[in-house]
Design a protein around this ligand. Sequence first.
Ligand code: NAI
Length: 331
Amino acid sequence: MSDKVVLIPGDGIGPSISDSVVRVLDAAGAGIDWETRHAGAETLSSHGDTLPEATLEAVRSAGVALKGPITTPVGKGFASVNVRLRKALDLYANLRPVESLPNVKTCHNDVDLVVVRENTEGLYSGIEHEVIPGVVESLKIMTRSACTRICRFAFEYAKRRGRAKVTAVHKANIMKLADGLFLDCFHEVAADYPGIEATDSIVDAACMRLVMNPHQFDVVVMENLYGDILSDLCAGLVGGLGVTPGANIGDRVAVFEAVHGSAPDIAGKNLANPTALLCSSVLMLRHLGKDEVADRVMGAIRRTLSDGIRTRDLGGTASTSEYTEAVVARL
Ligand code: NAI
């Protein structure tokens, strides 16, 4: 059966890597009925908005979207499309699986962990004010409902994906109320999952442990700011943003995306690496319950890299289209 997915190609290299994903998933027989909608710098001139209401409505109605990177126009008054999507669709969980790929040189081999970040509150609530000149206050908002919801998301993900351990990352030794609440919620939720080991780690120690030995982690869950930092740290463990997939997920809608930007320096040159968006599409296929085709696509990506076919950013010579065809040939 075909599943409808809204495709938002985005700006810069977005259309090129989106074409690559459509080519690979169609060749794999993934059964995706693509509905292309636009957002980004281009739609600002055509629709007067970086996120037209029609695009938002299409995503809301389909429930699943795949999004390319979006250029945030320079100048004041342009809220990031990504932040607007998260808020409008209540995409409260940011999911970033971090997995080593063949022939991508890094400090550690066989890294396989998942970062789950709370997307809606914490210090990112953006509530700040100047108390008196030279003194500002920035509020960290933590609620029992959001902490519980993200911890439950992490444990449910671990259960569905057969993962053995969930670690809460926090700073409850200093922020006793805010992070203390997060930790309390974590342990309350953990009690409902006796088959999954629940541990916690103070954020600074967690960073050191991740860099020294990432294999001791499985699923890690945390509030917004720590998640922002640790998700990029973890991407660095496996080769950076060019190979790391991501998703923003809510109860009704999920948006899958590459986490890198629109790379204007190489846009239109057939040089972009589509791996990150391809891996995000694999996550999307799993979300749609299409595990068999997801395994096939991921296997083809891994074999392409193992065979030494890589784009320029990874030290290879393949163009976007050559790399894409190499993946298709290995499906
Ligand atoms: P960037 O990620 O676009 O580029 C940084 C460097 O990495 C560049 O040298 C670029 O060529 C390279 N690169 C990135 N993705 C690549 C890929 N798939 N293949 C090969 N090389 C790749 O970051 P930058 O330059 O800071 O941002 C450019 C624009 O993208 C900005 O407008 C920014 O706001 C936006 N952006 C959008 C994001 C999103 O939509 N999720 C995330 C980050 C930035």
